[in-house]
Design a protein around this ligand. Sequence first.
Ligand SMILES: [Zn+2]
Length: 68
Amino acid sequence: MFPTDVPADQLICSAKGCQQPASYAVLWNNPKVHTPEREKTWLACEQHREWLSDFLDRRGFLLRVDEV
Ligand SMILES: [Zn+2]
């Protein structure tokens, strides 16, 4: 279930099984394993933007969502 990290130049949604072009970058950081200045990026299509940001927000990892 956990989406995989993808290079930011490959603009495909990070949601598992989704091959849609991504319109958003969901930036997050897990304070338990990442230093505060580290930003992890998931890409999200229109349909998965809310799902992915929600997933991170519930864990307190969400930093922000940018358009790409
Ligand atoms: Zn998607």
